[in-house]
Design a protein around this ligand. Structure first.
Ligand code: F6P
Length: 357
């Protein structure tokens, strides 16, 4: 068992509900193992600029149910420079930090793998509302953000029904449509528009017209923010205008934006955060690093961060020359399997959204 006496923990990228629950669990688990924990304030930028706070069972008391992140977050460009990285490594050495646990999305994991390569063992935990890390079935924050989104759609449905209107709702998710798909299904929306599947605009307009002819009053269409319209605007805004023009049905547009990144984390997010936190500390104790903790087929597992990042690129059709060179045939086959599983999940959900009227 590797002996760590002090670890650093940070949250980076877009905040997500459940990050605090994760920080609390890391602190408790580490203390139980006799490891001191330093919180890095403001993501990787805090590492470069020597911003720390002591983490102990007292300082993390009562944060488990809070949204946001107690350590604050940042998208740090300086960390991507050699100078920024060297400074971060120096700061870690100055504080005798033996390892780092970084909670965030794919940008956070790129930073984590660079830190490991520079001699600071690092482990990543997926925390982003988008659920867009291909190697894990789940990212902390996804469930809460969907529930916040759903509450807001339900509110819109009330007023749409009263006023006989259609409402197009744009939800977050970056290039991943899963928040849109699941909230569309859960709210009985008429259609979901996501980046992963081509959208048949004409068919959707015909369905809306038909629904109105059949007497339907209120109608909801959920659009993921990553879909771009033919005129270059975000699709939701464009499609709301199009519906009104083509069908004559009064149509409003709502962009939920960052609202859905806030609020009290659900049980799912708090529990998964604790499970992933515990696994991350265990892996460090086993002497492992450069891993990302994942949920896969209902189990908490870990993958090498590079494997996870390249699987992600494969899924997003963004593989670069040489990306697969470091992996053997078995690993590449595993990546393909993970991508297929993810595509199937998205397509199956999309198929379900089509059945609602
Ligand atoms: O990755 C999480 C996320 O909330 C995305 O859904 C969204 O596209 C992006 O972050 C917004 O980023 P920012 O907080 O920098 O505006």
């Amino acid at each position: 068992m590797a002996k760590f006496s002090k670890i650093g923990v940070l949250t980076s990228g877009g905040d997500a509900q459940g990050m605090n629950a994760c920080l609390k669990a890391i602190t408790h688990k580490a203390q139980e193992e006799g490891i001191e924990v330093l919180g890095v304030v403001g993501g990787y930028s805090g590492l470069i600029h020597d911003q720390f706070v002591d983490m102990n069972t007292k300082s993390v008391a009562n944060i488990v149910g809070l949204g946001g992140t107690f350590l604050y977050s940042d998208r740090c460009l300086e960390f991507q420079t050699e100078e920024g990285m060297n400074r971060a490594v120096e700061v870690c050495k100055k504080h005798n930090i033996d390892a780092i646990i970084a909670i965030g999305g794919d940008g956070t994991f790129r930073g984590a793998t660079d830190l490991t390569a520079h001699g600071i063992p690092t482990i990543g935990i997926p925390g982003t509302i988008d659920n867009d890390i291909t190697a894990t079935d789940y990212t902390i924050g996804f469930d809460t953000s969907m529930n916040v989104t759903l509450d807001m759609i339900d509110c819109l449905r009330d007023t749409c029904e009263s006023h006989k209107r259609c409402n197009v709702v744009e939800v977050m998710g970056r290039n991943c449509g899963q928040i849109a798909l699941e909230t569309a299904i859960a709210s009985g929306a008429l259609a979901a528009v996501i980046p992963e599947v081509p959208f048949d605009e004409e068919a959707a307009l015909a369905k809306i017209k038909q629904c109105r002819e059949d007497g339907k009053r209120g109608m909801i269409v959920v659009v993921s923010e990553g879909v771009i319209a033919p005129d270059g605007r975000k699709f939701g805004e464009y499609f709301a205008e199009k519906i009104e023009e083509e069908t004559g049905i009064e149509t409003k547009f709502a962009r939920f934006a960052h609202v859905v990144r806030g609020g009290k984390p659900t049980v799912r997010d708090r529990v998964t955060a604790a499970q992933m936190a515990s696994a991350a500390v265990d892996k460090l104790l086993e002497g492992k690093s450069n891993l990302v903790i994942c949920e896969f087929d209902g189990e908490i597992v870990s993958f090498d961060i590079n494997f996870a990042l390249i699987t992600d690129r494969m899924y997003k059709n963004k593989l670069k020359d040489g990306d697969l060179d470091k992996f053997n045939d078995e690993q590449i086959a595993e990546m393909k399997k993970i991508c297929e599983k993810r595509r199937k999940e998205i397509n199956d959900l999309y198929h379900i959204t089509n059945m609602y009227y």
